[in-house]
Design a protein around this ligand. Sequence first.
Ligand code: KIV
Length: 267
Amino acid sequence: MSVKKITTNTLLKMKANGEKISMLTAYDFSFARLFDDAGIDILLVGDSASNVMAGNETTLPITLEQMIYHAQCVVKGVERSFVVVDLPFGSYQSNSEIALASAIKIMKETGAHAIKLEGGEEVAESIKRIVSAGIPVMGHLGLTPQSINKFGSYVVRAKEDAEAEKLKRDSVILEQAGCFGIVLEKIPAILAKEVTENINIPTIGIGAGKYCDGQVLVMHDMLGINSEFKPRFIRQYLNLEKLIKEAASQYIADVKSSDFPNEQESY
Ligand code: KIV
C-alpha cells in the first residue's frame, strides 16, 4: 500500500484545520525509521547533532558535510514524514548566494524535503532566494542556538517588550519571505500564541507553550538518553539512559561469566 507523504501543503492544511503537528529530531537511519513508522509528521535533522551526536558544547562546529551525512541517513529511513535539514552555522549568514548554494547542496545530496535556518529580517533575502529556487524553508525564531555567543546563555528569549515586538515583526517577515513554517524556541507561551494567531503558516514550539500549531523535541531529550539535561520544557517519555546502562551491564556480566553465548546462540 502506498503511503500518503507529508508535504508543505499537508502542514498548512493541518494548521488551517486546527490539527497539531508532531516533529522530532533524528540523525540516523534506525531512529528515523522508528519515528516514521510511529507516524511523526516532521523529522528535523537538527544541527543539535553537533551536541547530541558529536558531543560539542554548541551547535556552531557542525559542518555542512556532516549535516548532509546525517540527512542522507535519515532520508533512507523515511516513507511518510517530511524531512527538514538545518543549515549549519556559517553556511548561510554571509550572503544570500552562499545561503542558496548551501540549500541546493543539501537538497541535491540528501533527498530531504526542506531546509531550516535561524533568524528574522536579517535572513529574509536569503529565504526569498532559496524559496525562489523551489526549496521549502522553515524559519527559527526566539532562542536561536547558533547565536549563543551573542545571547550569552540559553535563557528564555523575548520576555522584554522590545525583543517580543521584534520577534512578532520577524514572524510576519518570514511568512512574507515564503517560509512554510516557523520554529519558536524558548519564548513565553503568550507571545507564541500571539504569533501563531497572527500568521497563516504553522508555528512549531519548543519551550514555547501549548498554543503553537505543533511541537518539536530533540529525540535524546524525550527518550531520556541524557538525564543530566532536564529543562522544564522537556517531557521525558522513556528513561533510555537507565535501560541502556542496565542492558550494557547485563551484557558485560554475561560475557565475563561465559554465560553469553550459550549453545542456542552458537553455530
Ligand atoms: O537543532 C535542533 O534540534 C533544533 C530544534 C531545537 C528545533 O533546531
